[in-house]
Design a protein around this ligand. Sequence first.
Ligand SMILES: NC(=O)C1=CN([C@@H]2O[C@H](COP(=O)(O)OP(=O)(O)OC[C@H]3O[C@@H](n4cnc5c(N)ncnc54)[C@H](OP(=O)(O)O)[C@@H]3O)[C@@H](O)[C@H]2O)C=CC1
Ligand SMILES: O=C(O)[C@@H]1CCC=N1
Length: 272
Amino acid sequence: MSYTIGFIGAGNMSGAIIGGMIAKGIAPERIIASNRGREKLDALQSKFGIRVAQDNLEAAQADVVVLSVKPQMMKAVCEALKPGLGHNPLLVTVAAGLEVSSYQRWLGDHIALVRCMPNTPSLVGKGASGLYANDNVSAAQRQQVEQLMQSVGITQWVEKESLINAVIAVAGSSPAYCFLIMEAMIEEGVRQGLTHAVAKALTIQALAGAAELAAQSDVEVDELKRRVMSPGGTTEQAIFSLEDGNLREIFSRAMQRCANRADEMAKQMGEQ
Ligand SMILES: NC(=O)C1=CN([C@@H]2O[C@H](COP(=O)(O)OP(=O)(O)OC[C@H]3O[C@@H](n4cnc5c(N)ncnc54)[C@H](OP(=O)(O)O)[C@@H]3O)[C@@H](O)[C@H]2O)C=CC1
Ligand SMILES: O=C(O)[C@@H]1CCC=N1
């Protein structure tokens, strides 16, 4: 692959994808990022050797243009980019909430646009991205974006745009849920007498190990859970406590709020 990739907005999500791509061996000269402020560009340039520009129109000259500013900024950014998109690049937006129809209103009905919902573990090659393409995206462009995002993790296509909100709940936002679980486990480990360093090392490895086991296993996760729960043993006391506390309902509510917020954002910002 030798096409160029431009990132508009060089914040957390762009940094994670760029870092993952460089770690996978994508040549830094193929990547250009633009950002409002200079500081993040300097950091990305010195860390990864990519090209940077403060003018979004420069990054927009790439073959694939990743729109990675906050949803609230997207309309203004797109309208300013419009004159520089005459080469009709493949556009990939990672913004939560905003729908294809909004981008088409700002940039024209002809745009080839993929909505990609990635997550920050992309930085370490363990990203999970959902992808949705509008009708103008060709089969070759689908492959191109798939290949690009697979360089930093796994991808799953969804064929209905509304399902991107479910992808946000399951993958885009969920690293934060996992970090919260880690925080809680580390805190209790320390309460029970472990040092912070020991509790942290064990927590991270237990969760990473469980995820790897689930990924490599040919049985469902509920069976893997059952294999840890010796009858009359320790684990079932913990699981009973979590179930008594309605953990499933807590997750269900949290993920519904997450997806609903994406809906709400689409409505608010789609009216712009
Ligand atoms: N963080 C995450 O885990 C995920 C985020 N996303 C999506 O990614 C997008 C970016 O989020 P995230 O990286 O977290 O946010 P950040 O705030 O970290 O990054 C946004 C970047 O956009 C820059 N920016 C703002 N306005 C402009 C402009 N007019 N021109 C150029 N650059 C501009 C900001 O520059 P400055 O440094 O000057 O403020 C900032 O660096 C969002 O739409 C979000 O929904 C999707 C999945 C996961
Ligand atoms: O919180 C957010 O809105 C973004 C989208 C998914 C993860 N972070």
